[in-house]
Ligand binder design. Structure first.
Ligand SMILES: [Zn+2]
Length: 324
């Protein structure tokens, strides 16, 4: 499960449909590193609803910093910045000429596995970093500077996708279609990218994967999981505490965890056993027989999100899964 509504996806798609560019950045070379290139190098087949590639003279989307410089270099902006007492290792993945860094933050103390899949959800990132510093575990972070969505760039043509819609074949195809990104040339490298990211997360039967997200007030709330609402078909049971911020909630496939979080009076959704295939990390973990927990909190509500993680960590008993 994920913090985007369909409306937001469409809005993002429409927005980037207007500002996406196709011109390469003058003077910047994107030579490939050995074996890391995922690009077929062929011309882009445009997705539905696009009359043709759109250009601006900068070759970059407006309003955000994309990676620059030569391969192998990482601007300070994109470094992992592990907290004291933890370490971070970095792997560069390529989507055509576009680079995405996978940072794996680790504590020497074993513990839970966290994932920060949306690059602009920084409160969630900080909360997970604080958690592993204080309680152990590891955190997989995607970093690229493109905001919520990830860019694939081939021959200077930029297309976008939601990294939390890439973990199943059907889900990925459907999501790429909605973004206008679906083509044979885009599908294979993005699916390969998804497999690599899943490899870093290391999803196994019985293991808990905690996906940390942030949202803005009113965009996605616990109320969206009620029957008849956008994510109603994903929910087996919803508990809403009227005294809680509706932006802050848990979503899990574990009935044991659902009941425990309800007892703690948190907003919490129990996933149906066979949820709609959206290509989310939740779909992937659920299909693999793992325990999935999404922790959603409002941007900037760091102490709330840290408390949510600490209470969750106590319930999960470190790396000992609560089970179904
Ligand atoms: Zn998110």
């Amino acid at each position: 499960m994920n913090s985007t509504s369909f409306c937001r996806t469409v809005t993002i798609w429409l927005f980037w449909g207007l500002v996406l560019t196709v011109a390469p950045i003058p003077g910047v070379s994107f030579a490939q590193e050995n074996g890391e290139s995922l690009s077929s190098g062929s011309a882009l087949a445009l997705g539905p609803g696009r009359s043709g590639p759109r250009r601006n003279r900068h070759g970059e989307p407006h309003g955000e910093a994309g990676p620059t410089g030569s391969p192998g270099q990482i601007d300070d902006l994109f470094l992992p910045h592990p907290l004291p007492g933890t370490t971070a290792s970095t792997t560069t993945l390529y989507l055509g000429e576009e680079r995405v860094w996978v940072h794996v933050h680790e504590s020497p103390t074993p513990g839970l596995t966290f994932v920060n899949i949306h690059d602009d959800e920084n409160t969630a990132l900080e909360a997970a970093k604080l958690y592993i510093r204080d309680h152990g575990g590891r955190l997989v972070e995607l970093r690229h500077g493109r905001g919520r969505t990830v860019v694939i760039r081939r021959n200077g043509v930029l297309d976008r996708f939601d990294p939390n819609r890439m973990f199943t074949e059907n889900g990925l195809r459907h999501s790429l279609y909605l973004f206008g990104t679906l083509s044979d040339e885009n599908y294979a490298p993005i699916a390969d990218f998804a497999r690599k990211v899943a490899g870093f997360i290391s999803i196994e039967k019985g293991k808990a994967i905690i996906s940390v997200h942030n949202n803005t007030p009113g965009k996605l709330t616990i109320h969206d999981f009620k029957p008849g609402q956008w994510y109603g078909r994903d929910s087996r049971e919803v508990f809403i505490n009227p005294a809680e911020d509706p932006d802050n909630f848990f979503f899990t496939n574990s009935p044991v965890l659902f009941r425990a979080l309800k007892t703690l009076r948190y907003n919490v959704v129990l996933m149906v056993p066979d949820p709609p295939d959206r290509g989310t990390l939740g779909n992937y973990v659920n299909n693999a027989g793992g325990i999935y927990v999404l922790v959603e909190a409002e941007h900037g509500h760091l102490s709330s999100q840290v408390r949510m993680l600490e209470n969750l960590g106590r319930l999960l008993g470190g790396d000992s899964p609560a089970g179904n």
